[in-house]
Design a protein around this ligand. Sequence first.
Ligand code: ADP
Ligand code: MG
Length: 299
Amino acid sequence: MRLVVALGGNALLKRGEPLAAEVQKRNMQAAAGPLARACAAFQTTIVHGNGPQVGLLALEAHAYKAAPPAPLDVLGAESQGMIGYVIAQELRNADPGREVVALLTQTVVDPDDPAFQRPSKPIGPVYPAAEAESLRARGWSLAPDGDGVRRTVPSPAPIDIVELAAIESLLAAGAVVVCAGGGGVPVRRLAGDRLEGLEAVIDKDLTAALLAARLGAERLVILTDVDGVYLDWGTDDARRLGEITAAELRGHAFAAGSMGPKAAAARLFVERTGKTASIGALTDAEAVIAGRAGTLVRP
Ligand code: ADP
Ligand code: MG
């Protein structure tokens, strides 16, 4: 049986923690044991986020003045190596008998996707509002985040996974496949089946849903830092949904950039496949995968 797990950025970096290699390694070490146990019985694919990491790489690229900063597709590929390495090593340490492979993955998007005109995905750190003007001078789009601002980039919808056949082969060979990190490196198809990178960051939850449908997965599991989907989130009436149908979920609106894409991804997978999706806490990974914790989305 196949399982696709979307792993939130918080697995590597909790809110407010510095983006240090040591911090990410320690957080992944804590998550790896439960995750490896929960996935042991499945052909497992893990899709991770990259928001904070790709933002840091963009800052580093800006520090080097001898050349224009590397474009976002190149930075996305770098982030897959940096994060995939930590996940693959710690999962292997947690379950030494199991092959774990991190695969550089490209995701096809439509260059005419309206998202390219409306940068919406926050990446990198939160800056003081006073720095907004100098950041805009770099050509960055910014959006308010709490008291400060954050860089936002286009986030087009994933359409196809370039390395799908290779992922299938690795799964069939028994490997846990860490792939499509940060939603995959955004590319467009050119004539003659050639590819070209695009400046964007795809939502990892939406790519995980696409991948789960294409792989014929039994379940899509979205692991994050909250124990499920809440109605009236952020109010005194907030209550967690235990189980909901995809059609009912469609009737509710969720926060863009956080729970919104997770709810949309769960719905897409369930509507497309007739299977179930779960959204829950990484700390409850085993129970969420078994359908005993989190929010279960069913047909
Ligand atoms: P990840 O890194 O796992 O993708 P996100 O920050 O994108 O995490 O999304 C998880 C966050 O969504 C939670 O920490 C919570 O603050 C926020 N959130 C917004 N709306 C809701 C909701 N309706 N129910 C639960 N969490 C919500
Ligand atoms: Mg997210």
